[in-house]
Every structure is written in structure tokens, then in C-alpha cells.
Design a protein around this ligand. Structure first.
Ligand SMILES: Nc1nc2c(ncn2[C@@H]2O[C@H](COP(=O)(O)OP(=O)(O)OP(=O)(O)O)[C@@H](O)[C@H]2O)c(=O)[nH]1
Ligand SMILES: [Mg+2]
Length: 422
């Protein structure tokens, strides 16, 4: 009986042990499954958070991508960052400390420019704006399509805003003889003048010359940075250029300067001379006339700042001097009867109506727009700013650049090593 009892006890113990083992194994399996389940969920959640956070914008932004706040179930290191931050940008992407200026990027573009402007945005975001999250205003004479909005909204770290240009700003003023304008285009086509036969290019140049800063979206800002399709930034922009401009009393800036095609602006200087006579009060006492004329203003030497890059002050452009200047030139008709470009129009205005000290050359912003490169002179600077440009490509000291002249008229010493970059 004792043996039977012992045997029974053994069986009970073995049974209990087996049940315990099965229970433990089962629960640990389910625990493991549970872990995997939640990890997969976590990944999925994080993935969707990353995607959502990447497109997060200030509420109410036009073109905002779908975003669900309830999806933020796992910790997001960027969740509290203000202004909104795009975590899909490469690098640390920490918001730079300090206040922001009332500033925006601005791009005039067609829907067909979407891929080329995407490349520009990526350059600007990677080198600067991922840390600053400034807004980006896109302007178009036709409504932006969904693809343009979706792609550019995804790439910009600040608010992306889309503005339509009305016919009052993208069309012929009533005093322009459109048949005469058409004859000019035919003639320029025959003479093979670049963009000479293009009607839309003329509207673009007029709009960039005197109207973009009047768009209702642009009225909200004081500073702008113009960005065109397919431009590149080769170096980190390690500080806020808008703040720099404000702190140093700058109103207009450039990276590249060169000579204009004389055939496109045959009577521009004549018109400017008339304007100077009519509005002498707008001419700045310490102006940069020497930059644009070799003979004290008798003739224009064709030097201009290349306006596809500009960081500037919108209040200056909206002020009385520039307003009188643009209205005067617009009445002269050269935007349509010739092919006046916004680069000489802006440059002449800056050179005459600003003090020299209000114009800034950004040596440290390395920039490319086909076919010219500004690559900062000075190896230490290029290393410090992680530049990827070839200094041999730098246009600054080339004979077709006016930047050397800018240095000379301002008594600025050319950077060490410039002779090797001629
Ligand atoms: N919405 C709109 N934008 C335009 C039009 N034409 C030009 N643009 C934009 O105006 C800016 C200047 O035009 P570009 O074609 O780049 O002129 P450009 O720089 O003189 O010439 P490229 O050397 O070809 O770049 C760019 O941002 C263009 O996207 C147009 O008809 N409509
Ligand atoms: Mg261009």
C-alpha cells in the first residue's frame, strides 16, 4: 500500500510538474508572441508616425497631407519641436535655437517644374532649412496640381503655401500694344535672342521684377529667399541669413553677378535715366552707381546681380522708391517691347536706391544655377562648411563676372587664393 501510495504521489507530482511546465512554456510563448506582436505594431506605428510627422504642418496649411495625431502612440523625439519639423530630412535636423525672422522662401513655378524644384528644395532643406523650418510660398499663373502640392509639401519642413497669380499681375497692362509686342518677339526669334520669342518669359520677368512681393501670401512676410528649379547649394548654411541681413542693415544680396545680354535691354538705361531725373529723391547718397556704370551713369555697363538667387527685404520692394521705379519702367513698355529681365531691373534698383552697405555678397552660400557656380574662395571655409563644390568651377573671379568689380568699388580685399581661381 505504501508503495502504491508513493507511486500515486509520484504520478501526482509528475502530473503537476508537467502541467506547470506546460503552463510556463505556454505563457512564455504567448509572452514572446505578445512581444513580437507589439514590436511589429510598434514598428508599424513608428513607421506611420515617421511618415505622418514628416509631413506635419501648421494646421490650416493649404496642401496639408493627411495626418492623424492619434497615431502617435510611441515616443516621438520630434513631437514637441516648434516650429514643425520634418524628421525625414537627413542629419540631426535639430531646430536651430533662437527666434525666427518673418521670412519665407519663394518660388515661381509651373506644374511641370515639380521635379526640378524638388531637387532645389532638397538642397535648401538639407543645407539649411531643416534646422530653421521657414515657410515656402509657391506661386503660379495656373492652379498648382495635386502632384506638385503633394511632392513639395512632403519636401519642405516649414509650411508649404500655394498662391495663384491673377490675370491683373500676369497679363498685358491696357497701355501695351500687343501687336507691337508680337512683332518684337518675331524679330527677336529671327535674331536668335535667348527667350526672345517667348511671351510667357516676358510675363515671368515682369512678375519677378515688380509684382511677386505684392501677392497676398507674400504680404505676410518681411524677408524672402528666392529659389528656382534645379539650383544647388554646396555648403552648409550654418546661420540664419535672414537674421544676418536684419542685424547688419542689409536689404538685398547676391552670390553671382555677371553681364547682361545687351540686345534684351536696349533702352532700359535710357528709361532709368528718365526715372532718375523724375525722382531724384529716390537715389541713395552712398549708392553703388560705380558697380553698374563705368562713367558715372552715362552708360550702363550691363553688370547685374543674378536674381535667380536673392535674399532680400520685401518692405524695401514694397516701399515708395521701388514702387515708383517699377511703375515707371512698366509704363515704358520694355518688358514687352524688348525683353527686360528681372535681374538688371532689380540690380539697377538696388545699386541706385540702396546705400552700398545695404547690399550683401554671400561668399559663404555656395550656389549653382545652370551654367554658373559660386564656390566660396578659401579652403578652410569650404572645409568648415562641408562644401562639395569644385573651387575650379567658381565664377567669381572669371572675366565675365562682375563680382571683382563689386569688391573693388567697396574697397574689399579679395579672399586669399582668388588668383588661382581665375
Ligand atoms: N508659373 C510660371 N512660372 C514660370 C514661367 N516661366 C518661368 N517660370 C518660373 O520663373 C522662374 C525663372 O524662369 P526660368 O525658366 O528658370 O528662367 P531663367 O533662369 O532665366 O532660365 P533658365 O536658364 O532656363 O533657368 C523659374 O522659377 C520658373 O519656374 C511660367 O510661364 N509660369
Ligand atoms: Mg532659372
Amino acid at each position: 500500500m505504501a508503495g502504491g501510495t508513493r507511486l500515486f504521489r509520484y504520478i501526482v507530482i509528475a502530473f503537476v510538474a508537467l502541467i506547470t511546465i506546460l503552463y510556463l512554456t505556454g505563457s512564455s510563448n504567448s509572452a514572446t508572441r505578445e512581444q513580437f506582436k507589439s514590436a511589429t505594431d510598434k514598428l508599424r506605428t513608428q513607421g506611420s508616425n515617421l511618415l505622418n510627422t514628416g509631413s506635419r504642418k501648421t494646421p490650416g496649411t493649404k496642401g496639408e497631407l493627411a495626418h492623424s495625431d492619434t497615431a502617435d502612440t510611441s515616443p516621438n523625439p520630434y513631437a514637441d519641436s516648434t516650429p514643425p519639423h520634418n524628421v525625414l530630412s537627413s542629419g540631426s535636423g535639430k531646430p536651430a535655437p533662437g527666434p525666427r525672422m518673418n521670412a519665407t522662401f519663394v518660388t515661381l513655378a509651373r506644374n511641370s517644374d515639380v521635379w526640378e524644384i524638388s531637387q532645389s528644395i532638397r538642397h535648401v532643406e538639407d543645407r539649411f532649412n531643416r534646422n530653421y523650418n521657414y515657410d515656402w510660398v509657391f506661386l503660379n499663373d495656373k492652379p498648382f496640381d495635386d502632384t506638385f502640392k503633394r511632392i513639395t509639401t512632403a519636401l519642405t519642413s516649414g509650411r508649404a503655401r500655394y498662391g495663384l497669380i491673377g490675370p491683373e499681375h500676369w497679363g498685358y497692362p491696357e497701355y501695351i500694344d500687343q501687336e507691337k509686342a508680337a512683332r518684337v518677339r518675331e524679330d527677336m526669334k529671327r535674331r536668335q535672342i535667348i527667350y526672345g520669342d517667348s511671351e510667357s518669359y516676358r510675363h515671368m520677368c515682369r512678375y519677378e521684377s515688380g509684382l511677386f512681393f505684392q501677392h497676398p501670401l507674400m504680404l505676410e512676410y518681411e524677408w524672402y529667399w528666392r529659389v528656382e528649379p534645379s539650383v544647388k547649394l554646396f555648403c552648409d548654411v550654418a546661420y540664419d541669413p535672414f537674421a544676418y541681413m536684419a542685424q547688419h542693415g542689409k536689404k538685398y544680396s547676391f552670390t553671382i553677378s555677371l553681364y547682361e545680354y545687351a540686345e534684351t535691354i536696349e533702352t532700359l538705361w535710357e528709361s532709368v535715366t528718365k526715372f532718375i531725373k523724375k525722382h531724384p529723391q529716390h537715389i541713395a547718397p552712398n549708392n553703388a552707381m560705380d558697380f553698374i556704370s563705368d562713367d558715372g551713369g552715362v552708360k550702363y555697363n550691363m553688370c547685374h546681380f543674378w536674381s535667380n538667387f536673392e535674399i532680400g527685404n520685401l518692405n524695401w520692394l514694397r516701399g515708395p522708391a521701388y514702387t515708383d521705379y517699377f511703375n515707371f519702367l512698366d509704363r515704358e513698355g520694355g518688358f514687352f517691347y524688348e525683353r527686360w529681365g528681372d535681374a538688371p531691373v532689380h540690380s539697377i534698383a538696388a545699386a541706385l536706391m540702396l546705400n552700398k552697405t545695404e547690399i550683401h555678397f554671400f561668399n559663404d552660400i555656395a550656389y549653382y544655377h545652370v551654367p554658373f557656380t559660386h564656390c566660396p574662395t578659401g579652403e578652410q571655409l569650404r572645409v568648415d562648411l562641408k562644401c562639395s563644390c569644385d573651387p575650379g568651377e567658381n565664377f567669381d573671379w572669371n572675366g565675365y563676372s562682375c563680382t571683382g568689380r563689386w569688391f573693388d568699388i567697396n574697397g574689399m580685399k579679395r579672399p586669399a587664393g582668388y588668383e588661382k581661381e581665375n
